[in-house]
Design a protein around this ligand. Structure first.
Ligand SMILES: [Zn+2]
Length: 62
């Protein structure tokens, strides 16, 4: 059995005119561009991350 798991979306190239390329890495809470965490599609700056970490399901490590 062969399952075609090839994801076409992964290899799809983003065209220069795409809206995706225009989207800047800004914090979705305050819009700041500084220290924005883009990992895991967070798009939250470090400051807001601290404020909203628990809401987002992150536990604080104190
Ligand atoms: Zn922020």
């Amino acid at each position: 059995m062969t399952t075609n798991k090839e994801n076409k979306g992964v290899t799809k190239k983003i065209s220069p005119t795409s809206k995706e390329t225009k989207r800047s890495k800004a914090c979705r809470f305050c819009g700041s561009h500084r220290g924005v965490i883009t990992k895991y599609n967070l798009y939250i700056c470090r400051r807001c991350f601290n404020d909203h970490a628990e809401e987002l399901g992150f536990k604080k490590y104190n």
